[in-house]
Structures are given as structure tokens and as C-alpha cells.
Design a binder for this molecule. Structure first.
Ligand SMILES: Cc1cc2nc3c(=O)[nH]c(=O)nc-3n(C[C@H](O)[C@H](O)[C@H](O)COP(=O)(O)OP(=O)(O)OC[C@H]3O[C@@H](n4cnc5c(N)ncnc54)[C@H](O)[C@@H]3O)c2cc1C
Length: 345
């Protein structure tokens, strides 16, 4: 199925809920049909150099103005256990438009390990690979086996394995060499039947132990959901896109100097990069007194300084004005350049 619509209201297609319209929306649920459609006249907008973008659940996208072009959105759903699964591992192939948390719930229901720490992250399956979503010491890359995509240069359906995806912190090949050249059509995840709980992050272990139940993926999922809902705003109630900024990864020597000036600043080791350290942007924003503050209708969440929120009726520009002011102050005080995790259109 290919569904075309014109003059589309985007307000409720992105979690910040800022007002914007798009000239055109293409929704698709079959990779083969999409390939045929774009190969033909339907893909003229790609060849004519017109503006276009891909949208999943819109939970990492901020619209600041009307989008004068075409939005492509996958509405393909469904997951299947595929060949290659054995007693130790299950390979789950999931359509790009599936809601990520449905995948986690299904894995936990089947007592499959690996996805439970990523519970309740609002995402499509396609974006789980683009973003390499992460939480509680786990990243999507830890369970991604391969990614299937439509190549927009030759309109062939292709597949790359986890290594080729060049996953990094909220990063992948889909933001670099394949940016604007690929539409993810499905992701294959590898889940484990062998218990592999990861509890050493934040307050996860005490939250899990509190309920005294046998350790299962579902028990961990429920603990993650309880922690998340106690400190993160529900984007369906208050517009936001989760962490607005990334946590910068900086040279160890620079961070050691910062640590002398700010001993309370949270600092993390970076796996595989001994010369670098990661610092907490939320801590810096909080230290500057921004938590719970606002400029007009755009604000900083009262419990999590990394999350910018739409207090009601904010435009995308108002959110950007707030974000720029915070970036400036962080740079002036800490000498650190922070950059948005959110895709600003
Ligand atoms: C309340 C809240 C909490 C959050 N917590 C976390 C968290 O704990 N960890 C975390 O990592 N993130 C978190 N986020 C951010 C967000 O959930 C992720 O970035 C998520 O992956 C966004 O998915 P989406 O489908 O909504 O992305 P969108 O905003 O729709 O798209 C994100 C990017 O992926 C591209 N894209 C989407 N689908 C495809 C496709 N099929 N093919 C190619 N490119 C595609 C888009 O073009 C865009 O560049 C949170 C967000 C919110 C609102």
C-alpha cells in the first residue's frame, strides 16, 4: 500500500507537538511497492532535488516551520521469528514502522533477553537503528543483527549487518554515509534465551530488587518503566523529544580539568576510547539553574534538565530559542559545546 496525502498537519506526527504542515505525505507498508513507486514517476521529487524527509514516530524530530516538500513515513507493522533462530538465540525480523516498545514487550513476554532495558523508549523500529537508541547501559546495537533498507540510488532492497552499521553513541551509518540515501524497511534483532540481566546502571538494581520477584526480562521491563515514568514527562501529555542535547564525549585531559573545578559533575568512561570521557549535559544545565525555568512557552523539565518541553502552544522556534540560550550559557561557563540530539526541521 502507498497512501498519498497533501497539505498535512504535522502537529501530532511529532512528539514536540509544535505547529507545522507538510506539502505532501507518502505512507507505505510494503518495501517492494515503495521501491516500485519511487523508481517510477512517484520518485521524481527525489531526482528533482526537492526537499524531503523520513519520519518515524516523530519522537526525535522538532518542526520549526512548514515543511515545503515530501515526508515519507513507514506504517508497516509486524514481527516474525526467522530462520537462524536456535535454542540459544531468537532472530526477530520486525517491520520498520512497528512501535519499538511493542517489540520489547513481545521479547519480555517470550522470556527473551536483550531488549528489556530499552523499555518504553518512544520510537519506531526504523529509528531504533538510525539513532542506536540507548538506556540503562544497553544500546540497540547490542541486539541488532542486521538492517534491511531501500537504497535510494538504485532502488534495490539491501541489507547490512550490525558491524557495517557503524553504530556509535546515538549514531549510525544512516546519519552519515547512508544519510538521505536509505529508507530502513526492517530490522532483525538477536535475542538471547540465556539470562543476561544488566542492572548496574542508575537505580535499576534497587528498583528490581524491591519487588523481590524472580529475575526475568518482564520484571526488569516493569522496573525500567516505573523509573522512567517517575522522572520523564509523557510526551502524549507534555510535548518533548526526550533528551534534547547529547552528552559530549571530550578529551580526558580537558575533562580532568573540569573535574577539578566541578567535583560533583558526573563523568563516565567511554567503552573503547580510553583517551576520552563523557560528561552529563543535564548536570551542567541544572547547575546553571535552568531546571523548571522557561522562555515563553518553551521550558526545561522540572525533573530532568536535559529534556526541553512544550509548555503548551510553543512554536518550534521558541524551543530553538531556549535551546540556543542554554547552549550559549553552557559554553560560557564550562567551555563545552553541546549539540542537539533532536532532529530540527
Ligand atoms: C519521552 C521521551 C523519552 C525518550 N527517551 C529516550 C531514551 O531513553 N533513549 C534514547 O535513545 N532516545 C530517547 N528518546 C528519543 C527518541 O525516543 C528516539 O530518538 C527514537 O529513536 C525516535 O524514534 P522515532 O521513530 O520517533 O524518530 P523520528 O523522530 O521519527 O526520526 C528520527 C530519525 O530517524 C530517521 N528515520 C526514521 N525512520 C526511518 C527509516 N525507516 N529509515 C531511515 N531513517 C529513518 C528520521 O529521518 C530521523 O532522522 C526519547 C524521546 C521521548 C519523547
Amino acid at each position: 500500500m502507498i497512501r498519498l496525502s497533501n497539505n498535512i498537519d504535522l502537529t501530532h506526527l511529532a512528539s514536540f507537538a509544535t505547529p507545522a504542515k507538510a506539502d505532501r505525505l507518502i505512507e507505505w507498508d510494503s518495501a517492494e511497492e515503495l521501491a516500485n513507486y519511487l523508481r517510477g514517476e512517484g520518485g521524481n521529487f527525489l531526482r528533482n532535488g526537492e526537499q524531503w524527509a523520513i519520519l518515524g514516530e516523530g519522537c526525535n524530530t522538532l518542526f520549526t516551520k512548514d515543511f515545503r516538500g515530501t515526508i515519507i513515513r513507514c506504517v508497516a507493522k509486524g514481527m516474525e521469528t526467522i530462520e537462524g533462530s536456535d535454542n540459544l538465540h531468537t532472530l526477530l525480523r520486525v517491520a520498520a514502522g512497528e512501535v519499538w516498545d511493542n517489540v520489547v514487550e513481545e521479547c519480555c513476554r517470550r522470556s527473551l533477553w536483550g531488549a528489556e532495558n530499552l523499555s518504553a523508549i518512544p520510537s519506531s523500529v526504523g529509528s531504533s537503528a538510525v539513532q542506536n537508541i540507548g538506556a540503562y547501559g544497553t544500546e540497540a546495537k547490542d541486539i541488532i543483527e542486521r538492517v534491511e533498507y531501500l537504497d535510494l540510488e538504485d532502488f534495490e532492497l539491501k541489507c547490512i549487518d550490525c558491524k557495517e552499521c557503524q553504530f556509535g553513541y546515538r549514531d549510525s551509518i544512516f546519519k552519515h554515509a547512508l544519510a538521505g540515501k536509505a529508507i530502513i524497511t526492517a530490522v532483525v534483532y538477536r535475542l538471547s534465551s540465556t539470562p543476561a540481566p544488566k542492572l548496574d546502571y542508575g537505580t535499576l538494581r534497587p528498583e528490581v530488587e524491591k519487588c523481590g520477584a524472580e529475575l526475568t526480562p518482564m520484571v526488569i521491563r516493569e522496573a525500567v518503566i516505573r523509573i522512567r515514568s517517575s522522572k520523564l514527562p509523557d510526551h502524549k501529555v507534555i510535548g518533548n523529544a526526550g533528551s534534547f542535547f547529547k552528552n559530549p564525549i571530550l578529551p580526558r585531559t580537558f575533562v580532568e580539568e573540569l573535574r577539578k573545578r566541578y567535583p560533583a559533575m558526573p563523568i563516565y568512561e567511554v567503552a573503547g576510547e580510553p583517551d576520552k570521557l563523557k560528561i552529563a549535559t543535564g548536570w551542567m544545565i541544572d547547575h546553571l539553574g535552568w531546571k523548571g525555568k522557561n522562555i515563553g512557552r518553551a521550558g526545561v523539565h522540572t525533573q530532568q534538565a536535559l529534556v526541553l518541553v512544550n509548555l503548551g502552544g510553543a512554536t518550534g522556534d521558541e524551543v530553538v530559542t531556549l535551546a540556543e540560550r542554554i547552549c550559549r550559557e553552557v559554553y560560557e561557563v564550562f567551555g563545552v559545546e553541546i549539540s542537539p540530539e533532536v532532529n530540527i526541521l
